[in-house]
Design a protein around this ligand. Sequence first.
Ligand SMILES: C[S@@+](CC[C@H](N)C(=O)[O-])C[C@H]1O[C@@H](n2cnc3c(N)ncnc32)[C@H](O)[C@@H]1O
Length: 647
Amino acid sequence: MGRKATFKEGTLKKKGPGRKSKKQKDPVFPKFLKETEEGVKKLSRRQKLRLQKGLKKKVESIAKRKITQDKNEQNQIIKGQSIKVKSQNIKPTKTSKKLIAKKQSHGFSDDNKTWLKPKSIKKSEISDDEDSTQMSADEDSTQMSDEEHSTQMSDDEDSTQMSDHEISSVNNSEDVENEESMINSEEDNSDEEVAKIRSLNDMSDDSDEDDEFVEKNDTVSDEDLLPIEKKNKLLKKKLAIEKKLADEELESNIESQEKFQFPDADSNEVLSLQDIQHRIREVISVLADFSKLRDLKHSRLDYMELLKQDLCTYYSYNDFLMERLMQLFPLFELLEFLEASEVQRPLTIRTNSLKTRRRDLAQALINRGVNLDPVGKWSKEGLVIYSAQVPMGATPEYLAGHYMIQGASSLLPVMALAPQENERILDLSSAPGGKASHIAALMKNTGVLFANDINKDRIRAVVGNFHRLGVTNSVITCMDGRKYPSTLKDFDRVLLDAPCSGTGVVTKDTSVKTSKDEQDVQRCYNLQRQLLLAAIDCVNAKSSTGGYIVYSTCSILPEENEWVIDYALKKRNVKLVSTGLDFGVEGFVNYRHHRFHRTMNLTKRFYPHKHNMDGFFVAKLKKWSNVIPQNHENKDDIEENANSDVE
Ligand SMILES: C[S@@+](CC[C@H](N)C(=O)[O-])C[C@H]1O[C@@H](n2cnc3c(N)ncnc32)[C@H](O)[C@@H]1O
């Protein structure tokens, strides 16, 4: 029923007009349902105006967004250049995160749904309402109204965001504000033109191309530039000026920093430890380039004195010891030594080869939850303990004498002594017996080991340790080592691990930092010299296997080491030989104005900052004659001749 349209013309065979068809014409479709030839609906004048208005606003909004984006990017560049480090720590604020998210997001997604949803709902609600109202009012313009409305809404939204954003940018660049406002007024005037130009081009792509164009063609006159481009150019100029100023400021800062101000003598300013540490570094840098950085009113001595005081305060040393250390090390190395001396050395143990093997001991200790490693390739017995769930001095293995707790450096003198089986060996100052028991182990309990010490209480520790460790080849004596040669001699080898100031082991005994003075060192030096001569006198130069003396201290002061050896070289028929230790630094041949024997480089020094062990000194002497020289004047010549005979 009803009217029939000619939809299938030609497909249906006409049987001749019916009664109704004769009476009625073909239905006429409403204009708006038909498509024009071009396939595009023709717009009314009113619609065209609306479209123009909409496009104009869109151009404005894109232009504004572009400017703000440029400003932000350029602001970021400045920040990045001037405070690079800070920028790494800056966390985006909530607002900036939102803005970034808005910038990056091109539509609704799971990422932006939380912030996008409420607004879009609101917008769609409004547009729906309005659309329905408009539909009833003006059906012809429905499609247009929807477009226009959504454009307006998004423009409003954009412009709201932009204005917030712009406020912050403008606050950051007050200088440009006036110039910008001038351009803005110019921009307003040319808005229509811009809209026209923009509507002719693809609006989404051309702005970036323009920027590039401006960058590449700075020669283009300002009149030819669009307002956005003018703004961009201005901002770039401003950035260049700011960068120049920042660079100049940085340079002047560096210059002022380089010039260290020497403190006034009568200044009672109390400095924090941090300030002192800072001043230490500054003074060291002045001393490193003294002619350039010095204050002409102050001598190098003044700087050294200031540095010494600061180092004493910072590391808690007395003047005397700090001065000695400053004489011993170049300044940069001194700091390393002082720092390393603040740190405990790793706990090490020596496997007692008389009772066990290192591998078995390590396994037994690992089973008890001890975390360990071999101490290094240089030792077959040492183990370094990283952590232990049990006290290392109370394990069943310790009580059974499977190991001795000893610093790594304590292994060195015995290794240098290189005891042989069936020898007659003396440890002149042996308590508590760490090195002596090591000697016994290397002798495999053969021969005879004499373990002496002047201190009765300490000698008990030797007895206890020997029992625990299973040393059975020993004779323990308690006497003044200086008198030993008059009682016992003809030893194949003698170890003198001499009493000393302990300046190499300040980590173990921090009182050394403040308790030692010139007299103490002098006392040690005198005793050491006498004990060394006694040790030499105890050795039989004609020993078929030995004739060696090893002298060691846990001091790093040359007075207690090279000086003592130098003295012995002059007083006895001994010569320095290699310690056999393939690491450590050479002893001093020259120290300040002192000149030691040229073979002093055969001695070895060990440092906490270099070898991660206590400060130590080891020298090995070979006695080449039992004759005690009376006249020392031509001693060097005699020794030269003798060197060819020995080893
Ligand atoms: C550095 S400790 C020896 C440590 C020992 N070598 C060890 O490894 O266990 C120095 C020893 O020299 C001893 N001593 C000091 N003066 C002495 C002297 N005149 N004669 C013998 N021993 C002396 C001290 O009693 C002290 O035990």
